[in-house]
Write a new protein. Structure first.
Length: 112
């Protein structure tokens, strides 16, 4: 699953930078303290669950078609394989630009 991690260098003090970033984020949660001041972005948990189901179903279909390839329609395996690649491309095309946009927003918050 895609995630995006980056580090922001700023001349601001740690507390001043943290205060500016907190305007754009949720309140700090204790179980995420290990992240410190590195930013990690990842898919929403419901999207992750959906994509796991999507990929599991397609993977099962690909394996079944491969095992029974002599009995199946020629090139039938290409349909689930294409859907698998579409799922990967859809996640990356939607996630990466949003992660980059969020990074620019956070950088502009601490560069003022």
């Amino acid at each position: 699953m895609p995630f995006y991690r980056f580090h922001i260098d700023t001349p601001l003090s740690e507390s001043a930078a943290s205060e500016r970033i907190q305007k754009f984020t949720r309140p700090h949660r204790a179980f995420r303290e290990w992240i410190a001041f590195n930013v990690t972005m990842f898919l929403h948990p419901l999207v992750t669950v959906f994509m796991i189901i999507w990929f599991s179903g397609l993977g099962y279909g690909i394996v079944k078609l491969w095992v029974h390839r002599n009995e199946a329609v020629p090139f039938a395996i290409l349909v689930p394989a294409a859907m698998f690649l579409f799922g990967v491309a859809l996640m990356l095309v939607c996630f990466i630009p949003e992660a980059i946009k969020a990074k620019r927003l956070l950088e502009s918050a601490v560069d003022k």
